[in-house]
Design a protein around this ligand. Structure first.
Ligand SMILES: Cc1cc2nc3c(=O)[nH]c(=O)nc-3n(C[C@H](O)[C@H](O)[C@H](O)COP(=O)(O)OP(=O)(O)OC[C@H]3O[C@@H](n4cnc5c(N)ncnc54)[C@H](O)[C@@H]3O)c2cc1C
Ligand code: FES
Length: 248
């Protein structure tokens, strides 16, 4: 979905998100959170793209919108990914629509780091669910794909695919960034727990307000106790998150 927004969105950082709802509609009543997939300007106007998967009432209503529809949007919100300009190698690990913030990150890194090599591991349920592939292939040196049903690339979880290459990437020169379902992030945490590599993950918790007021998105961390994903996140260092099954 492409949304015409105010010029202030040009300052958005990869990993930040927006809260969106259809104007003058109270079904669903609450806004829904989506990562920023890209920000671009054309003819003096600014546009934000979001990449969404239909999973319930809100996203189903989005899928029925037509050009010209008006939405209420709040953002950019939350903490984005940290990417040092001196970073030499960037590794992205995406699950499904978790590709959205990572694609924005790759696009920005291509422009702002000093020629960092970008590698991407992209997983989805099936070939049809591999969204954003063309765009990511334009900015990455290597893109490796996995699908749960084997319809494209490695047959199995994306973390399994990444696990085979881990010795190539889990070193001091690399930075790993990931977004996807919690079980995927938990597996990544397992893979990296004894490695000395910086890894940041974007968490997808259910949210009501998106601005730190309702405490509906709280998760447990190892270092800071309970934190709000919308305010202190959604991006966290993987080591700081408590990935035990009962968290979030
Ligand atoms: C920071 C952030 C960024 C996000 N970015 C994207 C994105 O770029 N693209 C995208 O498609 N989705 C993204 N999501 C998830 C998206 O917000 C939900 O899919 C959406 O709110 C579902 O709304 P709905 O009304 O369609 O579904 P609902 O009717 O509210 O729920 C349908 C089903 O989806 C589950 N669900 C709802 N929200 C979440 C969630 N946040 N995490 C896990 N399961 C959920 C529910 O438990 C239920 O089973 C993001 C979430 C967060 C917190
Ligand atoms: S969604 Fe309300 S505090 Fe995070």
């Amino acid at each position: 979905m492409v949304l015409k927004v105010s010029a202030s969105f040009r300052e958005s950082l990869p990993g930040q998100f927006v809260m969106v709802r259809i104007k003058n509609s109270d079904d669903p009543f609450l806004s829904r959170p989506f990562s920023i997939y890209s920000v671009h300007s054309r003819g003096g106007d600014t546009f934000v793209e979001i990449l969404y998967k239909v999973v319930g009432k809100g996203t189903e209503a989005f899928s029925r919108l037509r050009a010209g529809a008006v939405l209420n949007m709040l953002g950019p919100l939350g903490r984005g990914f940290d990417v040092p300009s001196t970073c030499k190698k960037i590794v992205l690990i995406a699950g499904g629509v978790g590709m959205a913030p990572l694609s924005f990150l790759a696009e920005r890194c291509g422009k702002e780091t000093d020629g960092a090599e970008i590698n991407c591991y992209m997983g989805a349920g099936s070939l049809e669910a591999l969204v954003g592939l063309d765009r990511i292939e334009e900015v990455c040196s290597v893109v490796k794909i996995s699908t749960d049903d084997g319809s494209r690339g490695h047959h199995g979880p994306v973390t399994e695919l990444f696990g085979r290459d881990i010795d190539l990437h889990a070193d001091n020169d690399s930075r790993i960034y990931s977004c996807g379902p919690n079980p995927m992030l938990r597996s990544l945490h397992e893979l990296l727990k004894d490695r000395r590599v910086v890894c940041q993950v974007s968490l997808e918790e259910r949210m009501a307000c998106g601005i730190g007021a309702c405490l509906g998105c709280v998760v447990k961390t190892k270092s800071d106790g309970l934190v709000r994903v919308c305010k202190e996140g959604p991006v966290f260092d993987i080591d700081s998150v408590d990935f035990s099954e009962d968290n979030g």
